[in-house]
Design a protein around this ligand. Structure first.
Ligand SMILES: NC(=O)c1ccc[n+]([C@@H]2O[C@H](COP(=O)([O-])OP(=O)(O)OC[C@H]3O[C@@H](n4cnc5c(N)ncnc54)[C@H](OP(=O)(O)O)[C@@H]3O)[C@@H](O)[C@H]2O)c1
Length: 283
């Protein structure tokens, strides 16, 4: 396989760090999107020490903000002609109902709207690749959710776990609808469940009770390196050998929730997501 340029969001910690490490170990180029410069620089140094590959670029962006998503696209456009793999790894879990400047609830923004919009913004670089892939790191927690198409912010219905599963369900439906209308033969898309993984995701924006439960529960999970395996398997396999537009776990496709296969709902979500991002034509 020829050398790849891979953009990974949330690359400084947890599963994203391990995905970036795996990309660099194959002598590929990594673009790390991180919100905190100091954490990003520390992670970059560690990654170079571990892999002896210094083809690591950093873009600083807060994925809750539309202006930062456009900044990512501008910087990519300036420095890179082609992106072979776009990995939407960054994810957040919030105990509190918080909105961004555009009045979008933060869990829904980071976990669904950001992958939706960033995939659109980076299409010009992706379609230049002979074998372009979009991978979203999803979660089996979507099995618990039902899409609230008329209340995507879950106003007055908010509960952290519910919001997380809801955003991940939207994200699977994005993957399926993208596959359905994708006009490019050289571009494939995958949703990946990493398993339960021992990371800090559950203690960052959560209340004391959830943090306590996560601290106990996540210790029973996989290592971040194990959590990165399926995303790396897809990244490093030719798209022609993989089933695009599927939900993946343990290096193979599996069934997602019944709700996720509702095509009419996915189309409505697609339209609403376009409106939220101010996109007229996606392709
Ligand atoms: N851990 C699990 O058991 C599990 C299970 C299923 C799915 N997942 C999914 O796996 C993905 C990775 O999660 P993880 O467990 O590795 O969590 P993590 O260790 O907390 O890593 C998440 C990464 O995303 C970044 N991030 C979060 N919000 C951001 C924002 N607004 N702007 C920019 N970067 C942001 C974080 O940056 P900071 O370091 O600055 O916070 C960090 O780099 C997520 O999509 C998560 O939903 C995880």
């Amino acid at each position: 396989m020829k050398n790849q340029t891979v953009l990974i969001t949330g690359a400084n910690a947890g599963i994203g760090f391990e995905i970036t490490k795996g990309v660099l170990l194959k002598n590929n180029t990594a673009i790390m999107v991180c919100r905190n410069r100091e954490k990003a620089m520390n992670a970059r140094k560690k990654l170079i020490d571990l892999t002896k590959n210094n083809k690591v670029h950093i873009i600083i962006a807060d994925l809750t903000q539309f202006s930062d998503l456009r900044h990512i696209a501008d910087e990519v456009n300036e420095k890179f002609d082609t992106i072979d793999v776009l990995i939407h790894n960054a994810g957040s879990f919030y105990s509190k109902w918080l909105l961004n400047d555009a009045n979008i609830e933060l869990t829904f923004m980071v976990n669904h709207v950001t992958p939706f919009y960033l995939s659109h913004l980076l299409l010009p670089q992706l379609i230049k690749s002979e074998d372009a892939k979009i991978i979203t790191i999803n979660s089996d927690s979507h099995f618990l959710a039902k899409l609230r198409i008329d209340n995507l912010n879950l106003k007055n219905k908010f509960q952290g776990l519910r919001a997380y599963g809801h955003s991940k369900l939207a994200n699977v439906m994005f993957t399926y609808h993208f596959e359905k209308i994708n006009p490019y033969d050289n571009l494939t898309i995958y949703a990946v469940h990493p398993g339960l993984v021992n990371t800090d995701i559950g203690i960052k924006n959560t209340n004391w009770l959830f943090s306590l439960i996560w601290n106990w529960r996540s210790k029973q999970g996989k290592t971040p390196e194990q959590g990165a395996e399926t995303a790396l398997f897809i990244t490093h396999s030719p798209g022609t050998n993989l089933e695009s537009g599927r939900y993946w776990d343990h290096n193979q496709p599996k069934k997602s929730s019944t709700a996720s296969y509702d095509e009419a709902m996915a189309e409505r979500l697609w339209k609403k997501s376009k409106d939220l991002c101010g996109i007229v034509n996606y392709f």
